[in-house]
Design a protein around this ligand. Structure first.
Ligand code: PMV
Length: 363
């Protein structure tokens, strides 16, 4: 399926000299989760995420006109200064998926220098920040070739390309809240790209913190690609997709009114529903670890005891994202260091907060 709207047609001689472009793109944490898709990366339900800030990928794309036209795509990829050949297959298939929309990528040799602000083996998925950073660099190249490209079209197409690399990457371009996936109640929402959440957002939600507790930094036993595929024949799939669509709808007044109780209920239900899908897939699997459950129980007890508006969410792994508004920061920070850090590998956690999206970095 080709989306005509995003095809870039080069007219005349548009060749450009060598150069480089750099983007810093954040990770995001889904409040309503995407789990299940059809080809090509079309989600089975809408999702919404907080864009993060401190957890980001910085990618510099250096390009020069290709001399050797033997290979379809000519690129080298470096992580933290070292060539990382294990990244090649993923980037090769990303280029293959996007080449119809950005045909000029065949005409250049690329050096992709990428580094993450978070530890490589932290169990934090780098695909959202990594793929969005690369998609933005490629869009910057399109913009150099076609300077008339508007900012709105630039951002929309960057999200469209990022989605083809990794679904959740489509939500990392802008902030503070991004929706991806068509939802009848959310105007402008699309299965093809993420859009800034268009509804009213109470200011309390722009002050949210996400402290990521690194419970398990190992490689996941089941990748999200496999997990998404297991939703195809999942006996509870349709009920799950309906639940997510309903949660999206229910979240709208919650976000508008600053209803923190309502927020906590939806967000925690989403996290546990995601993992319930994993536990009831065929084959079934569990990504949570004993310490994930210890932390969840501690958070519930602390919330009951203090009345703080703290809650948790999970992505496809054992790490726990602790979400709380600034007003509770002092108490929660102390609680995390004193009572939760001990459940993390090497007592490690990362403090992050809601951000406004990716940034171009001038060289
Ligand atoms: O973008 P992917 O294919 O890595 O899938 C992400 C899935 C979750 O992180 C579990 C949920 C989400 O919406 O981000």
């Amino acid at each position: 399926m080709i989306e005509e709207k995003f095809i870039f047609e080069q007219r005349g001689d548009t060749s450009i000299n060598a150069g480089s472009v750099t983007w810093e793109s954040p990770s995001n944490i889904a409040l309503v989760k995407y789990w299940g898709k059809t080809d090509p990366q079309i989600p089975k339900n809408a999702s919404v995420s907080f864009t993060l800030s401190n957890c980001h990928t910085n990618t510099r794309l250096t390009y020069h006109p290709k001399e050797n036209h033997k290979e379809k795509f000519d690129f080298k990829v470096f992580l933290g200064g070292n060539e990382e050949i294990s990244f090649r297959p993923k980037i090769e298939s990303f280029f293959e998926r996007i080449v119809d929309y950005v045909p000029f990528i065949r005409d250049y040799s690329f050096k992709i220098d990428t580094k993450n602000s978070f530890p490589h083996s932290s169990g934090i998925a780098s695909s959202a920040s990594g793929m969005s950073a690369l998609a933005l660099c490629i869009m910057s190249l399109q913009k150099i070739i076609d300077p008339q490209l508007s900012t709105a079209d630039f951002l929309q197409k960057a999200s469209f390309l990022a989605r083809l690399g990794s679904g959740s990457a489509s939500r990392s371009i802008e902030g503070p809240l991004v929706v991806w996936g068509k939802h009848l109640d959310i105007s402008g929402s699309s299965d093809l790209f993420g859009v800034r959440y268009p509804g009213e957002i109470h200011e309390i939600f722009t002050t949210f913190n996400d402290t990521i507790l690194l419970v398990d930094k190992g490689v996941k036993q089941v990748s999200s690609t496999v997990g998404h595929d297991l939703m195809i024949a999942h006996p509870f799939a349709e009920a799950r997709f309906d639940q997510a669509q309903n949660h999206m709808r229910d979240l709208m007044p919650v976000l508008k009114e600053g209803n923190l109780q309502g927020f906590i209920k939806i967000v925690e239900k989403e996290a546990l529903s995601l993992h319930a899908m994993m536990m009831t897939s065929d084959p079934y699997f569990i990504l949570m670890k004993p310490n994930t459950l210890e932390i969840i129980n501690k958070i519930w007890a602390f919330r009951k005891h203090t009345g703080c508006h703290i809650c948790f969410t999970l992505d496809a792994g054992a790490n726990v994202h602790v979400l709380f508004p600034d007003k509770d920061k002092e108490l929660v920070d102390e609680f995390i260091s004193k009572e939760l850090a001990g459940y993390c590998q090497n007592n490690q956690f990362i403090k992050d907060h809601v951000g406004m999206g990716a940034k171009a970095i001038s060289s």
